[in-house]
Design a protein around this ligand. Structure first.
Ligand SMILES: C[S@@+](CC[C@H](N)C(=O)[O-])C[C@H]1O[C@@H](n2cnc3c(N)ncnc32)[C@H](O)[C@@H]1O
Length: 207
C-alpha cells in the first residue's frame, strides 16, 4: 500500500517536474512562512536563525526564501527531479527520502515547514510519520502544515494519493503524536470559507 501510493504519486511529480515548477514558482506563500517563523519567535524568544526542514520541498521555492531571510533550511523530497532542482535553486542540503520511510536525524530542527505535502501521506502511516517529525524537532519547536481540506476522505485523485481532512481530524493525529495546537487558518486569506480550499495549521513541540 505505502509503496504503491508513494510510487504513483512521486512518478506523477517526476514526469511533471518542469511544468510544476513553472506553475508554482511565483506562488506567494509568505503568509505561511510568516506563520512558522512567527510561532518560532514566540516559542524560542528570539529571531533565529532557525534550522527549518522543508518537508516535501518540491523544486525549492521556499528553501530559497528561507535562506534569503537568513535561516538555515534543509529540504526533503522523494522526487529525484525536485531534489535536484531544489539543490540548484536554493544551494542547500536536500534529502531525497520517501515520507513513509524517513531517516531523519533526531533533535536537529527548530521548525518543520510542510507546505502542501503532508496530505500525501496515507492516514495509516500518519502516526509514524508525525512521530518522526516530532523526534526531528528540538523543543520548543514548531511544525507548520498546509493541506487541501475535505470531508475526511482519502484516496487517489488522478495519479496522486491524498488525505482531505477537516481540522479536528488533523488535530487529533498531531495531538496523538505529542504536538500542541497553536493556531489554524484558511487560505486564500480574506475570502468566504467555501472559497478557501486550504487549511493551514501550526503545532508546537513543548518538551
Ligand atoms: C503539492 S507538492 C508541494 C511542493 C512544495 N512544498 C510547494 O509548496 O510548492 C507535494 C510535494 O510532496 C512530494 N511528495 C509527495 N509524496 C511524497 C512521498 N511519498 N515521499 C516524498 N515526497 C513526496 C512531492 O514530490 C512534491 O514535491
Amino acid at each position: 500500500m505505502s509503496e504503491e501510493t508513494s510510487e504513483r504519486t512521486l512518478s506523477h511529480y517526476q514526469r511533471n517536474a518542469e511544468r510544476f515548477w513553472e506553475g508554482t514558482r511565483d506562488h506567494d506563500v509568505s503568509q505561511n512562512l510568516d506563520a512558522l517563523l512567527g510561532a518560532l519567535r514566540d516559542a524560542r524568544g528570539g529571531e533565529g536563525p532557525f534550522r527549518v526542514l522543508d518537508f516535501g520541498c518540491g523544486p525549492g521555492r521556499d528553501l530559497a526564501e528561507l535562506a534569503r531571510r537568513g535561516h538555515v533550511p534543509t529540504g526533503l523530497d522523494g522526487c529525484a527531479a525536485f531534489a535536484a532542482m531544489a539543490r540548484s535553486h536554493a544551494g542547500c542540503e536536500v534529502l531525497q527520502q520517501d515520507f513513509v520511510d524517513l531517516a531523519l536525524p533526531p533533535a536537529s530542527f527548530d521548525g518543520v515547514f510542510a507546505n502542501a505535502s503532508l496530505f500525501h501521506v496515507p492516514s495509516a502511516h500518519l502516526p509514524h510519520v508525525l512521530g518522526e517529525l516530532f523526534r526531528a524537532l528540538v523543543a520548543p519547536g514548531i511544525l507548520f502544515c498546509s493541506n487541501p481540506r475535505g470531508d475526511d476522505v482519502e484516496g487517489f485523485q488522478g495519479e496522486r494519493y491524498g488525505c482531505y481532512f477537516q481540522e479536528p481530524r488533523w488535530t487529533r493525529y498531531f495531538q496523538d503524536a505529542g504536538f500542541v495546537p497553536v493556531r489554524h487558518y484558511y487560505r486564500p486569506d480574506g475570502l468566504p470559507r467555501e472559497q478557501q480550499p486550504w487549511l493551514a495549521m501550526v503545532f508546537r513541540r513543548d518538551a
